[in-house]
Design a binder for this molecule. Sequence first.
Ligand code: HEC
Length: 160
Amino acid sequence: MSHVEGRTVVPRVDAFRSITVRVKSLLTTVIYAASLPVVGGMVLANEAPSDAPTQVKAGAGSYAEHCASCHGQQLTGTTHAPGLSGAAFLKSWEGKPSRQLYSRIISTMPLSAPGSLEPAMALDITAFVLWVNKQAIVSSGYKAADELNDRLIKSPDSSL
Ligand code: HEC
């Protein structure tokens, strides 16, 4: 009865707006989590380990749906688009507010339909991308993009 169990998780994200999409993401997460949490240390895009913050898990599902086709299931890029993880990605974002990454995503992505993401979903995806890049994440989740204003993206070498 994993579907029933999946639905019991839903009230935890009721505060967010796009319930329908989020239910789908959560179910995807529940279904995949048992089999393929991590491959070779890399997080697969369509789920996140069970200890990841709830928002990160939701973001993983939305990323798989809206971003992975171009940026890759593991955020390492494809012939269509650059990777969204690793040293090269972090080097270009180092020192910039996480809000800027959110803005880039909600304003210009997905490239095929810019502006189509709801703010809550863009926030989830941003949290997921930050999390994959080992940035500190507020475990209770971000509820507004403004909360990312002062959170500077750190380099992979940073000891902070
Ligand atoms: C149709 C293909 C496509 C899709 C789908 C897509 N992107 Fe992109 N994305 C690109 C391309 C191509 C670039 C690089 C050129 C540009 O910036 O426009 C890019 C650039 C980016 C960048 C900047 C990368 C950097 O190094 O600074 C981010 C961040 C990003 N995309 C996030 C996302 C997210 C998040 C999604 C899903 C909501 C998404 N993209 C969906 C094609 C895509």
